[in-house]
Design a protein around this ligand. Structure first.
Ligand code: ATP
Ligand code: MG
Ligand code: FE
Length: 350
């Protein structure tokens, strides 16, 4: 089936078009530059930017895929989780499109969409069950995906800041620009990752009982702030490369350790990475090393499919169609806290 997917949960206006698992278009407009001056995403700015960008982005995607609206078999849209106002723009547009074209609509989960991204443009299809580690500016979640369209379990998530958010906040306190991830990656070049032993959140034996697969990065952020303050108070220079490399190592170490532990504990020898933080060079390195050592097959989709995009939403929609799932009824809204277990919203009864 030919599916158009709309993604507006955060600062990317994404429109993707797929035929089954074949990627035809993945068009993105980002309002990131507009947020840079505030040092983080401003929800109201994001929502307005979606409103302006969505029409042109849909047209660009259709042109890229060389199809017309009349060719579409269904529309898929992110209905949560994400920023409420931003989500509503995409949901409204998708409903209008589905109504006017008289095609079914699938309201899908953004997190599960990140997993669906791995189906596109790959010779070897995604195998399940798989553990998925999703790391971005808005979420840090560890999922057990037994079946993409029917059985997703949340193993753990961050209890405070998301991993990307930690990069953004630490970059800011180090005087670097937004978004912080690439800035810290650059600053860490030549730095010693073992120079400073920053805390690894929720990895103490006592934490592992209730929070085995959960994450916490706000303590790490505070530890970096304290370390820098003490240096400055003592009138000593701050070794930026060492701080950046040591901070990054702490984040990456926890992310990969917990993901690999989940695979090992659950006997699932497959791990998928997704989300914008996957751009991190050190995360990729460490994940490859440790997955290899543990006999885990690691999948990292191309970066254009890891960051927020519409193609992954279309891909998940296509899977639902192909599995014979009924479409969503038009009474769904945006759910900013939609749990990962809810793969599709407002599915009508078959
Ligand atoms: P959502 O959480 O809804 O997926 P988002 O816009 O926050 O939305 P992405 O666009 O996928 O997420 O990713 C952006 C985040 O990824 C930012 O926090 C950014 O700092 C981080 N990031 C980007 N490149 C890197 C990098 N090289 N290293 C670490 N983090 C990075
Ligand atoms: Mg983004
Ligand atoms: Fe995302």
């Amino acid at each position: 089936p030919l599916i158009l997917g709309i993604e507006t949960s955060c600062d990317e206006t994404g429109v993707g078009i797929v035929r089954g698992t074949t990627l035809l278009a993945n068009t993105i407009a980002s309002s990131m530059d507009e947020h840079a001056r505030y040092g983080g995403i401003v929800p109201e700015v994001a929502a307005r930017a979606h409103l302006e960008a969505l029409g042109p982005t849909i047209r660009a995607a259709l042109a890229e895929a060389s199809v017309t609206l009349d060719d579409l078999d269904a529309v898929a849209v992110t209905s949560g989780p994400g920023l409420a106002g931003a989500l509503m723009v995409g949901v409204g547009a998708a409903k209008a499109l589905a109504l006017s074209l008289d095609v079914p609509i699938y309201a899908v989960n953004h997190l599960v969409g990140h997993v669906g991204a791995d189906l596109l443009d790959t010779a070897a299809p995604l195998e399940t069950p798989t553990v998925a580690l999703l790391v971005s500016g808005g979420h840090t979640s560890l999922l057990l995906v037994r079946d993409l369209v029917s059985d997703v379990e949340l193993l753990g998530e961050t209890i405070d800041d998301a991993a990307g958010e930690a990069f953004d906040k630490v970059a800011r306190l180090l005087g670097l620009r937004y978004p912080g991830g690439p800035e810290i990656d650059r600053a860490a070049i030549g730095g010693d990752p073992r120079a400073i032993r920053f805390p690894r959140g929720l990895t103490q034996p006592k934490d592992l009982v209730a929070h085995r697969y959960d994450f916490s990065f706000s303590g790490l952020k505070t530890a970096v702030a304290r370390w820098v303050e003490q240096r400055e108070a003592a009138g000593e220079p701050v070794p930026l490369a060492d701080v950046a490399a040591s901070f990054r190592e702490a984040v990456v170490d926890v992310l990969v350790s917990k993901a690999v532990a989940a695979c090992t504990d659950l006997g699932v020898p497959r791990l998928l990475l997704g989300g914008g933080v996957v751009a991190n060079s050190r995360l990729r390195e460490v994940a490859i090393e440790r997955a290899d050592a543990a006999g885990i097959a690691l999948r990292i989709p191309p970066l254009s499919l890891c960051t927020d995009n519409g193609a992954m939403i279309a891909a998940l929609g296509a899977q639902l169609v192909m599995a014979g799932h009924p479409p969503s009824t038009l009474d769904f809204g945006a759910d900013s806290t939609l749990p990962a277990t809810e793969i599709q919203m407002a599915a009508s009864v078959a």
